[in-house]
Write a protein that binds this ligand. Structure first.
Ligand SMILES: Cc1cc2nc3c(=O)[nH]c(=O)nc-3n(C[C@H](O)[C@H](O)[C@H](O)COP(=O)(O)OP(=O)(O)OC[C@H]3O[C@@H](n4cnc5c(N)ncnc54)[C@H](O)[C@@H]3O)c2cc1C
Length: 609
């Protein structure tokens, strides 16, 4: 084998030929909709295209919708409620359960592009985790936290400049940091306003009605048969039943994992990513936080809280590593160094074994939040205790599958992930019922949920099928400072799969990147894994850098285009951008290849060519 194929969509030879046949057939069958398709399709929080059309940005989304989509189903966005659970009150081409990234994307694609009738049934508020408890509040908080850190540094720097001649010290004392703790109530106001504006513009019944999508908010759906489902308000005895002519799409997301097995945990008023955004902390953030879990959510929130002035201890979990899902121990070690040296975060490597409440229960029976967390360290049998005022539990997310009636219809769960089992087209074990996004137990990202939503809608509503599971070609980013992003194979995974001598790696430390030196952000690394032979196709990358999320997108495009790693050198990048580092890394490989052919060039030159 000379050339290794990078991890694009995993399509078997059979399904690949089918895939091209599908594309051809679609081109013929769907001539009527191609004009719309050509102009790009906008789908939910993401712009994801089941037919590989160019994506459009969020900013241009609104005007594109206004220009492109006529409202197909006018009138109220509410379904006429019937009191009979047996007789469907209305029928739709597709009914979507759950209005988060996957469900919204699916519905917008189906209604906007394919002009199909769609109903979304949402148990809470449309928008899902991304708008209310995930990406939007967490990235808004991180942005405030960054500003807070910069402001504090500015004040301290100024003090240093003023006092330099007297004390000569520029040390930031821990007291100063925690005394200038943020008023979290103000932060909450800030990100709530962002959430509301995103909701109003993209997710709300009013916004969706403009696209011809009918919605039901605040009602839980339950499957009745492979073609019907009912929904009702919590506590209500009357249910509405609707019919789906082409298919039902389950997009019910995930919930925080709350392990019942940790002794003492339920005795304290702990928080998860579901509660932290709305919790009333009064004027000031609690001072001492214990963050349990060193995954992306734990790391992002630990850094945000610390930058807002809290004293934070993060307990990694049994792997002993920060960001253990990144298959690169060097990155985990670098992140630990950043947290400890630059971010005032204490890292405890081990697993939470027990929690003890240290405050007393309030008059109203409310539990205390102050605690001692006991940790079994990974270093040995040593146990460490961590005292805190507030405990944030971030130990993973579990697919949301309960109360849907899956079992009675014979819809299987994946025994490994606990998610709804789907095949590569996102079909469940029951014909006509599909699932997309976090509820499948696959990778949990908004962009992937959106992608899957669009593909599932396409597979429900159009002939033939497209693949909806992308394996490791989904880019991931943790938005800490510096960010950590991955795509495709890690070095270890590529070598294990293809063999040591078939895989090469380009590595560049951030302290060799001019822009990082200018920004004083030299802790980080770029690793690009590529095939040693042939075109030297890119197999994957791991990047820890201030803008790793942007850099990984360039690698994603290069991989999708099937580019060889050295050929990236031919695309001129502006200096001193972080992306320039990618070009210079690729150039090294490019010139190494040129160097190997020196003898040939010398002969050709002598021949006068
Ligand atoms: C703190 C945090 C930060 C994150 N940051 C990022 C990030 O930066 N980038 C990124 O890509 N991803 C991020 N994620 C992950 C991202 O939010 C999820 O992957 C994404 O929201 C999944 O979309 P979904 O449609 O599958 O599920 P959801 O968005 O969770 O939507 C599921 C919806 O289904 C509804 N529902 C459930 N059961 C029923 C029922 N029976 N009837 C009716 N409705 C029902 C729920 O109420 C919910 O609204 C983050 C997550 C968290 C928690």
């Amino acid at each position: 084998m000379d050339e290794i194929d990078p991890p694009k969509r995993k399509i078997s030879t059979k399904s690949r030929s089918c895939y091209f046949a599908n594309s051809l057939a679609l081109a013929l069958v769907l001539v009527a909709i191609m004009a719309t398709v050509e102009m790009g399709k906008t789908v939910g929080r993401q712009t994801v295209n089941a037919f590989h059309q160019p994506q459009v940005t969020r900013n241009s989304r609104k005007s594109r919708f206004q220009n492109l989509f006529k409202i197909r189903r006018g009138g109220s966005s509410n379904v006429a409620l019937s009191s009979s659970a047996a007789q469907p009150s209305s029928s739709y081409d597709m009914v979507v359960v759950g209005g988060g990234s996957a469900g919204l994307t699916a519905a917008k694609f189906a209604s906007g592009t394919l002009k199909k009738s769609v109903l979304i049934v949402e148990e809470e508020r449309l928008g899902g985790d991304c708008t209310w408890t995930g990406c939007v509040p967490s990235k808004s908080l991180l942005s405030q936290a960054k500003a807070s850190k910069m402001a504090r540094n500015y004040v301290i720097q100024k003090q240093f400049v003023d006092k330099k001649t007297i004390s000569g010290s520029s040390e930031v004392s821990e007291d100063h940091r925690t005394q200038s703790r943020a008023n979290f109530g103000k932060d909450q106001e800030y990100f709530r306003s962002i959430q509301e504006s995103i909701y109003e513009e993209d997710d709300s019944p009013r916004a969706l009605e403009k696209l011809g999508i009918e919605t039901v908010e605040g009602q839980k759906a339950h499957l009745v048969s492979p073609t019907t489902l009912s929904f009702q308000k919590g506590g209500s005895s009357t249910a509405t039943t609707v019919e789906a002519n082409d298919g039902i799409l389950l997009c019910t997301g995930a919930k925080p994992n709350r392990p019942a097995s940790i002794p003492g945990l339920t005795e304290i008023d702990y928080l998860t990513y579901e509660e932290i955004w709305t919790k009333d902390f009064g004027d000031s953030l609690p001072q001492k936080w214990t963050v349990v879990g060193g995954g992306p959510i734990g790391c992002e929130l630990a850094q945000a809280l610390s930058r807002l002035g809290a004293s934070v201890t993060i307990i990694t979990g049994s792997s002993g590593r920060l960001l253990p899902s990144v298959d690169d121990a060097q990155v985990s070690e670098l992140m630990k160094n950043v947290f400890e040296e630059d971010e005032n975060i204490k890292v405890v490597q081990g697993k939470l074994s027990r929690v003890e409440a240290t405050g007393s229960t309030g008059d109203a029976g409310d539990k205390p939040s102050s605690h001692i967390a006991y940790v079994e360290t990974t270093a040995g049998s040593e146990s460490v205790s961590v005292e805190g005022e507030t405990l944030l539990l971030s130990v993973g997310r579990k697919p949301n599958t309960s109360g849907l009636g899956l079992e009675s219809l014979g819809i299987d769960l994946d025994p490994k992930t606990g998610g709804i089992a789907v095949d590569s087209t996102l079909k469940t074990t029951v014909n006509g019922i599909y699932a997309a996004g976090d509820c499948t137990g696959d990778k949990q990202f908004t962009h992937y949920a959106g992608y899957q939503g669009a593909v599932a809608a396409r597979n429900i509503l159009l002939p033939f099928t497209d693949p909806g599971t992308l394996g490791n070609s989904v880019p991931t980013t943790t938005f800490t400072s510096p960010e950590v992003a991955t795509i495709g194979y890690s070095e270890a995974a590529a070598k294990a799969e293809f063999g040591e001598n078939k895989v090469s790696v380009s590595t560049l430390n951030m302290n060799e990147v001019d822009r990082a030196i200018c920004d004083d952000a030299t802790k980080g690394i770029i690793k690009v894994v590529y095939s040693s032979k042939g075109k030297k196709k890119i197999l994957g990358a791991t990047i820890m850098a201030p803008v790793a999320g942007e850099l990984i997108s360039e690698i994603s495009v290069a991989m999708q285009a099937g580019m060889g790693w050295p050929s990236l050198a031919k695309a001129v990048h502006p200096y001193p951008s972080y992306a320039f580092a990618l070009q210079s890394m690729a150039a090294e490989v490019y010139y190494e290849d040129v160097g190997k052919l020196r003898w040939l060039y010398n002969i050709l030159k002598k021949l006068g060519l």
